[in-house]
Design a protein around this ligand. Structure first.
Ligand SMILES: *Cc1c(COP(=O)(O)O)cnc(C)c1O
Length: 379
């Protein structure tokens, strides 16, 4: 293998397809602030995602921060420690307190059976993550939220374009944040969106992303600047045309990984829900009793030019910035999975031969280390 194989590679449209889109931007000199492409992308995405309401944002994190702000919450928010930094940071940066709840061992989403024991009289919301595109136990989470009068805001950064039983994933809960970062399944360079059902949120989110400005002479909220610009929207419109093709290319790669690695000793691939149409965003493997430690295999693959990532290690409740407040041992399932997890390279143009090479490396090490296992059996 010559060139290093990274965990992902940004999906780009044909060069001319994008440059063609720049002409109207130059002609109108309308670069940002809800221009023509912004509006067009918003409509196209609503249709594609089968959602009633949608606002676009400059990035996913800003979308999440402002979505949380839109509900005017106070107190504690129950969330998962098995996620990207953004999830908990968005809660804290809104003056709220994250309360970490453990995850399910089979799909790594929030364990709905452990939510209620975390609820106090200060709890105001639940913020689950559809991690790796695995859709949470949405019905059960909604039941709990309804029983306790809580809001449900999903971090759906990994779940763009997915459906469960034909329902667009953005329809669950009170709001869902999507990320269109360069490394995600669908990108607008940087970008994000919030999907929602209640119409009042449209006006609220629109203002919050534009400094809370209501009119030329009135400012209603302490908003931020979260606007998606025309260059981002143009990239989104181009990438959207190739999305289905890219998802099916991803699907083929994931199927190959699963064929090769499924059922192998010490490798867990996570469950697949037949009701979900996946976007095949990530290829996580969890090593559990594998012949090599995760970090050993990680280093071994790197030596061979393969660069997986340890998504998500460490857990958020083990971060330096949260260390004094939380104990990762309170969420043992998340702690253990994060110690064994690794996401393998996956992007539409990753050749199947490279997938086979990666699998050979992983399984080859299994052969090498067989004697280690025999020794352990004797003890
Ligand atoms: C990517 C990501 C975000 C943040 O999105 P950006 O668009 O990068 O700001 C939030 N949560 C999760 C789980 C993510 O993977």
């Amino acid at each position: 293998m010559q060139k290093p194989v990274m965990v992902t590679r940004a999906t780009l449209p044909p060069f001319e397809e994008y440059t063609e889109m720049l002409k109207p931007i130059w002609e109108s000199a309308w670069l940002t602030n809800m221009g023509q492409f912004h509006e067009e992308l918003k409509e196209k995405l609503k249709e594609r995602m089968k959602v009633k309401g949608l606002e676009l944002f400059v990035n996913g994190h800003m979308a999440l921060e402002l979505a949380i702000q839109a509900f005017g919450l106070k107190g504690e928010v129950i969330t998962t420690p098995f996620t990207f930094a953004s999830t908990a940071h968005a809660i804290v940066r809104n003056g709220l307190e994250p309360v970490f709840c453990d995850i399910r061992p089979d799909d790594y989403t929030l364990d709905e059976t452990k939510i209620e024991e975390r609820i106090t009289d200060r709890t105001c919301a639940i913020l689950p993550v559809h991690v790796y595109g695995n859709i949470c136990q949405v019905e059960k989470i909604q039941e709990i939220a309804d029983r306790h009068g809580l809001k449900v805001i999903y971090d759906a950064a990994h779940a763009f374009g997915e459906e469960k039983d034909g329902i667009g994933v953005g329809n669950f809960g009170d709001a869902s944040m999507f990320s269109f970062h360069a490394t995600k399944v669908f990108n607008t360079i940087e970008g994000g969106a919030v999907a929602f059902r209640e119409t009042w949120l449209e006006d609220r989110l629109y203002k919050l992303k534009n400094f809370g400005i209501m009119g030329e002479e009135s400012v209603e909220y302490v908003g931020g600047n979260g606007k998606m610009n025309e260059f981002q929207a143009a990239m989104g419109l181009c990438n959207l045309r190739h999305l289905d093709e890219n998802i099916s290319k991803r699907e083929r790669i994931v199927k190959r990984y699963r064929e090769r690695l499924g059922g192998k000793e010490g490798i867990r691939l996570g469950t697949v829900d037949p009701a979900v149409s996946y976007n095949y965003a990530y290829m996580p493997v969890v090593l559990d009793g594998f012949r090599m430690e995760r970090d050993q295999l990680y280093a071994f693959l790197k030596e061979h030019g393969i660069h997986p990532r340890k998504y998500f290690y460490p857990c958020v409740n083990a971060y330096e910035c949260y260390q004094d407040r939380y104990d990762p041992d309170e969420t043992p399932v998340a702690r253990d999975i994060s110690k064994g997890v690794m996401t393998l390279p996956l992007y539409p143009d990753l050749p199947l031969e490279t997938v086979d090479y990666i699998c050979d490396l992983i399984l080859g090490t299994a052969g090498q280390a067989a004697s280690v296992e025999e020794n352990t059996l004797e003890r």
